[in-house]
Design a protein around this ligand. Structure first.
Ligand code: AHR
Length: 499
């Protein structure tokens, strides 16, 4: 099959905010206990942080980590997680039916973000709690000293303020599974008043209002419109969440999910901009896609878990090669919408639906989905380009006509490098790709990295950590005008041009 890819130096989507390569650590399963924190592990540092896991996170170059939930946050008392560890209460976590020992809390998390070179994105409990607890947490975290909450932090050994810039005003409060579910009017008012209090403390703090838990919620997109009617002027971002699954083993549909993600983003943009128009507001609210991933492999196992234990093996999806292809297309979708999606979080980071796995007392390794995320995070920073593809399509019952190729392109900040990310969705046909880059004709292909496995269900595990791993394809430097690159069937491809 043949395909053409056309770019023009002047036709750009927008600057890629590096925070779209963010991720998420929730107090859930073995994300914290046994994932990032395991005192006594041979690789643990003096804080109990696993250095092998920190190294893998640094390799992914994750700029932002959302914490501490997720569903967990909606019945969490942040005060339980600070102060002398032996005085912290053990609590039942109603969201995940586990015991939270509070051995790792806010101040430990901030120390861990410094060790991993990431920034915190802190979620507030607007499920069971409200303005007062949220304001206290912000003051505890960010005020230098001389007030009740900031002096309490100092007394806990954290002399300097944490300077947390980004805050989530709750999590998935439209969901019936959430402790403290709200109607859009209830939530919109609470979000407005909480945002008001936080901005009175420091107007430079950035706030994310809760959008729908996914685009199939019955209240989508009226939830977004009503919530923003209340709080548009006080918030900076609206959240989006979506997980993708292949429960019916229908690969053509599974691989087309980025079409669904494109539509979801475009519908939320339309709704946000509708509220902007209604309010005659000069302000743009952007999007924070702060939970996205493939999630379904662990669903059955999770139903059999014994409740009320610490750090159970929960949501431990073992990712296949086909999942990595889907994650590649979802990254493309985020890059294609870089003008409006300014924050995103791959949910999650370690052990729990994660690119990184770590065995208690044992080694850590890279899941298949590690690779597209690694490539996009490494080469996807700069300016997202408008990609025009001429490529045949296939008919799909869910998404209509789906192009065989899914692509995005990013030009580095210094303009010297251009990277094109492509997934070939065809199970049996190689794609002969040619192209034209107007205004960038001097660019030459210098690298072609590909991820492929003959078995779409292939996985990486402790014994075979490199079963699914990228390979460098031989390339002879060729000018864009004469570019002819073969993209193998079912492959993730990273084409790097310089000039
Ligand atoms: O990431 C797992 C869960 O998915 C989060 O806790 C919740 O926000 C979402 O439903």
């Amino acid at each position: 099959m043949k395909a053409e890819l056309h770019l023009d130096k002047e036709f750009t989507v927008g600057e890629v905010d590096k925070r779209i390569f963010g991720s998420f650590i929730e107090h859930l399963g073995r994300a914290v206990y046994g994932g990032i924190y395991e005192p006594g592990h041979p690789q643990a540092d003096s804080n109990g942080f696993r250095k092998d896991v920190i190294d893998l996170i640094k390799e992914l170059n994750v700029p932002l980590v959302r914490y501490p939930g997720g569903n967990f946050v909606s019945s969490f008392n942040w005060e339980d997680s600070v102060g002398p560890v032996d005085k912290r209460p053990r609590r039942l976590d109603l969201a995940w039916h586990a015991v939270e020992p509070n051995l790792f809390g806010l101040n430990e998390f901030i120390a861990w973000t410094r060790a991993t070179h990431t920034e915190p994105m802190m979620a507030l409990n607007l499920g069971t709690r409200g303005i007062e607890a949220a304001s206290a947490l912000v003051e505890y975290s960010n005020h230098p000293g001389g007030s009740y909450w900031s002096d309490l932090r100092r007394s806990h050994g954290a002399k300097d303020p944490h300077n947390i810039k980004l805050w989530c005003l709750g999590n998935e409060l439209d969901g019936p599974w959430q402790v403290g579910q709200k109607t859009p009017d209830e939530y919109g008012r609470l979000a407005y008043e909480t945002a008001k209090a936080i901005k009175l403390f420091d107007p430079s703090l950035e706030l994310v209002a809760v959008g729908s838990s996914n685009q199939y919620m019955p209240t989508f997109p009226q939830w977004e419109a009503t919530v923003l009617d209340h709080c548009y002027d006080k918030v900076d971002y609206l959240s989006m969440h979506e997980y993708y699954a292949n429960r019916d083993n229908d690969l053509p549909t599974f691989l087309a999910n980025s079409v669904g993600m494109d539509r979801f983003i475009e519908r939320v943009v339309a709704t946000v901009d509708f509220v902007q128009a209604k309010k005659r507001s000069p302000k743009k609210v952007h999007l924070s896609f702060d939970e996205w991933n493939v999630w379904f492999h662990s669903n059955d196992a999770d139903k059999k878990l014994t409740p009320w234990t610490v750090g159970p093996a929960q949501l431990e999806d073992v990712y296949t090669f086909e999942d990595a292809l889907v994650v590649g297309t979802l990254l493309n979708s985020l890059l294609r919408h870089a003008d409006r999606v300014k924050i995103a979080a791959l949910a999650q980071l370690v052990n729990v639906i994660a690119p990184i796995m770590a065995r208690n007392g044992g080694p850590s390794w890279k899941q298949t989905i590690f690779w597209p995320f690694y490539h996009a995070s490494k080469y996807g920073r700069g300016t997202s380009m408008n990609v025009k593809l001429k490529v045949p399509t296939y008919a799909n019952k869910t998404y209509g006509d789906v192009p065989w190729i899914d692509a995005s392109a990013v030009r580095s900040e210094d303009g010297k490098t251009l990277t094109v990310f492509l997934v070939n969705r065809s199970p049996n046909q190689s794609v002969e790709l040619s192209g034209s880059f107007a205004g960038l004709e001097s660019m030459k292909l210098v690298g072609h990295t590909a991820l492929h496995h003959d078995d779409v269900k292939a996985v990486n595990d402790e014994k075979h950590p490199n079963n699914v791993a990228p390979v460098e394809k031989p390339v002879k430097p060729m000018a864009v005008g004469s570019m002819a690159v073969a993209l193998g069937p079912l492959s993730w491809n990273v084409l790097r041009f310089e000039g």
